[in-house]
Design a protein around this ligand. Structure first.
Ligand code: PMP
Ligand code: GLU
Length: 398
């Protein structure tokens, strides 16, 4: 449609959401699709969190507009959590609660970027980073990790990518889509490079912090000199299985937090009040359900890695966190089953969806065209069945 803006015409649709939609459509036609495309816990939100939401409804006090950056006691609970778990001292004024970490990231870049500002993006990267940066008129500059070093770009690559236009750097750890976790030494090397460029803001997306098999989650903001120039992004979707509740937050230097509050005040206002009350219970309550979910993901990682070893032509590695595996499938490029030729990872995902009825996401969407993303936030049975089906479908490609 002609009337649509150049802005929206230039924007790519979210590939994770598009693939999940395709899987849903096939399912609605009665096809037995196993959906491993959407990065979404397959667990229910823990009971004590749901109870807090029910209590909040019964109390009847939380039906009106909430303060734009979130209820003060929620922001205090977030500040306490950051102190307790991440060794970060923030005041509630430095915290902005939003409608998902997605909005937190969008707020942040809308507040930081002028036209032409560069943002260094550690790749493979989560789909929405690049589109949000472009929407804010920034220019994403990718630094690529590869499978041999568990997809982690090095601090030397970071150093080389910095120009006079660099405004910010963004990465996720644990990473979506690779599951890579930046350890203390790697983050320290990153901080060392950035020490020469105090004007560059770091956006650290820690939404998978509770799904980390490496033994330690390190927040880059806790490193010397980093607190003043880091925006720590986090949320409740993954660790507490609360994707549909839409709750994320940033902890940031005060001027950035204030700016994010300002933009949110014009776009959406404070997020859902009942969900915020539930979030307080999540932060202050029992962490056992979160730990149980992380244990289940660890078990499934082993299962998926073992099963994938049996599939010829798929190159894997061991992800250290989140619930994704991001194998290199490029050996299949150029092959055909006699009808369909696989030219790229997108073709392979469509072939697997149509033939094996398993939905994955193409690596192209994450800046890694040789790979596909498989989310193992699914039951053991579904994962076993899915990989058997994939193996069978791939065996037809010659
Ligand atoms: N960052 C990363 C790395 C993610 O995988 C997600 C998942 N959608 C988000 C941010 C956004 O999460 P949400 O908006 O559900 O809080
Ligand atoms: N973060 C999830 C994913 O990568 C959810 C989908 C989305 O928000 O894009 O699949």
């Amino acid at each position: 449609m002609e009337q649509l803006s150049d802005r929206i015409k230039a924007m790519e649709e979210s590939a994770t959401i598009a693939m999940a939609q395709k899987a849903r459509e096939l399912k609605s036609k009665g096809v037995d699709v196993i959906s491993l495309s959407l990065g979404e816990p397959d667990f229910k939100t823990p009971k004590h969190i749901c109870e807090a939401a029910k209590d909040a409804i019964d109390e009847g006090k939380y039906f009106s507009y909430s303060p734009v950056p979130g209820y003060l006691d929620l922001r205090q609970a977030i500040a306490d959590k950051l102190e307790r778990e991440n060794k970060l001292s923030y005041t509630p004024e430095q915290i902005v609660v939003s409608t998902g970490a997605k909005q937190s990231i969008a707020n942040t870049f809308m507040c930081l970027l002028n036209a032409g500002d560069e943002v260094i993006v550690y790749a493979p990267y989560w789909v929405s980073y690049a589109e949000i940066i472009k929407l804010a008129e920034g220019v994403p500059v990718f630094i690529n990790g590869d499978i041999e070093n568990n997809f982690k770009a090095t601090s030397d690559q970071l150093k080389e990518a910095i120009t006079s236009k660099t405004k910010a750097v963004i990465f996720s750890s644990p990473c979506n889509p690779t599951g890579a976790v930046f350890n203390r030494e790697e983050l320290s090397a990153m901080a060392e490079v950035l020490a020469d460029h105090p004007e560059i803001i770091v956006v650290a997306d820690e939404i998978y912090e509770h799904i980390n098999f490496s033994g330690e989650h390190v927040s880059i903001a806790s490193m010397p000199g980093m607190m003043e120039r880091t925006v720590t992004v986090n949320g409740f979707s993954k660790g507490y299985a609360m994707t549909g509740w839409r709750l994320g937050y940033i902890a940031a230097p005060l001027p950035i937090a204030k700016a994010c509050g300002k933009i949110q005040g014009q776009f959406t206002s404070g997020t859902n009040g009942i969900a915020q009350r539930a979030a307080i219970a999540a932060l202050n309550g029992d962490m056992a359900p979160t730990q149980e979910m992380a244990k289940a993901y660890l078990r499934r990682r082993a299962l998926v890695l073992e099963k994938l070893q049996e599939v010829p032509g798929i190159k894997t590695y061991e992800p250290n966190g989140a619930f994704y595996i991001f194998p290199d499938v490029s050996e299949y490029f150029g092959k055909s089953d006699g009808e369909t030729t696989i030219n790229n990872a997108g073709d392979l995902c469509m072939y697997i969806l149509n033939t094996a009825h398993v939905s994955l996401v193409t690596g192209e969407a994450f800046g890694a065209p040789k790979c596909v993303r498989l989310s193992y936030a699914a039951s053991d049975e579904q994962l076993e069945e899915a990989i058997s089906r994939i193996k069978e479908a791939l065996s037809k490609l010659k």
